[in-house]
Design a protein around this ligand. Structure first.
Ligand code: TF8
Length: 339
């Protein structure tokens, strides 16, 4: 019944086995469909990862589960797609943790500025008990967190001036994700932040409703923000994980075996996504400069001033996030650093 517009994979492996093709046709009519929507465009590693998920799930279930993929916010933004999962009108989305905090406040722990010093530390902490425990909390909100994927370290762009020092933030109108901790952190840095859905961001930058935004280099480049932004700085102020979310209503309707398949597919596709994402984030700063953006490097000394400026905000939010979660993640960071 469903004709797929965006097709992933398409390699010979998916056609190979005769017996499996037969059972797939027998399941006609009874097939389940996963409508998977993401915010970023089809060039982004987030979408490449989603295509990998589709390939694995359709192969492993012999076509009993079909995956339809939608990019560029075609089905909505992070928040509205997450709500659709709760209602059971969409099956999969992969938002940043920041908007997920509007559903499960503990996820804001990842919005603590300068929490993760490196991707290696992020990997270890996200694989650890506290971060994995947060995924389980989603079930109380009719969501199933199948795996962490990666958005990555966020860097600042704007169209007013090069940002090298903390003083340079003064008065800049910065779009933030819909997350209170982000908002307050940017106020503490001296900026004038406005929360906004990602789907409205390009136009807001273009029309000058906001002066700047912050996202990993892959997003800044692949979403062509360089067309409407002049300056980029390696603030690396927050590491954003993505969470691969499934509607609990849908998940509960799967057989045990299918649940295992979607779970391991989300993890496997996540490894692929994270690899591509790191290659992209490492590569695209150069492309941004080639497109004419002026790059400013933040010195260690200046970054320390930013770390100090946001400390009161972290204190203020600790009880909202949950002291146990904050302390648990911070301990995990220290342990990962020491390894
Ligand atoms: C943001 C996030 C987004 C993603 C994606 C659009 O700035 O970094 O890029 O969550 O879903 O809103």
């Amino acid at each position: 019944a469903f004709v797929l517009v965006a097709c992933g994979g398409g390699d010979s492996e998916s056609e190979g086995q005769n017996g499996e093709n037969e059972s797939a046709s027998e399941s006609e009519g009874g097939e389940k469909v996963i409508r998977a929507g993401i915010g970023l465009n089809s060039e982004h590693p987030q979408y490449k990862g989603l295509l990998k998920f589709k390939e694995i799930v359709e192969k492993e279930t012999d076509g009993a589960i079909k995956v339809e993929t939608y990019h560029s916010g075609q089905l909505g933004d992070d928040r509205t797609m997450t709500e659709a999962l709760q209602l059971g009108t969409q099956e999969v989305t992969i938002p940043s943790t920041a908007p997920i905090a509007n559903f499960v406040p503990e996820f804001s722990v990842f919005d603590i500025p300068f929490l993760f010093p490196s991707e290696e530390v992020a990997d270890k902490v996200l694989a650890g008990d506290v971060a994995q425990g947060l995924l389980k909390k989603l079930e109380e909100k009719d969501l199933v967190g199948l795996a962490y994927w990666e958005n990555g370290f966020r860097d600042l762009t704007n169209s007013v001036r090069p940002v090298k020092t903390i003083e340079d933030f003064e008065g800049l109108k910065i779009r933030t994700m819909e997350n209170d901790l982000h908002l307050e952190a940017f106020k503490a840095l001296g900026a004038n932040p406005t929360p906004m859905a990602f789907t409205e961001l390009f136009t807001a930058l273009q029309q000058g409703t906001v002066d700047g935004q912050e996202n990993p280099y892959a997003t800044i480049y692949l979403e062509k923000f360089y067309e409407v932004q002049d300056y980029v700085s390696n603030t690396h102020h927050v590491y954003s994980p993505f969470v691969f979310l499934m509607s609990k209503q849908f998940y509960d309707g799967l057989s045990k075996e299918q649940q295992e398949i979607v779970r391991s597919a989300a993890k496997e596709a996540g490894k692929h996504q994270i690899k591509l994402n790191r290659e992209a984030n490492a590569k695209y700063l150069k492309n941004l400069q080639e497109e004419g953006m002026e790059y400013s490097e933040i010195s260690d000394e200046e970054r320390q001033k930013m770390v100090d400026a946001v400390q009161p905000v972290i204190e203020e939010f600790k009880s909202d996030i949950g002291a146990e979660t904050v302390d648990g993640i911070m301990k995990a960071v220290e342990e990962a650093k020491a390894e």
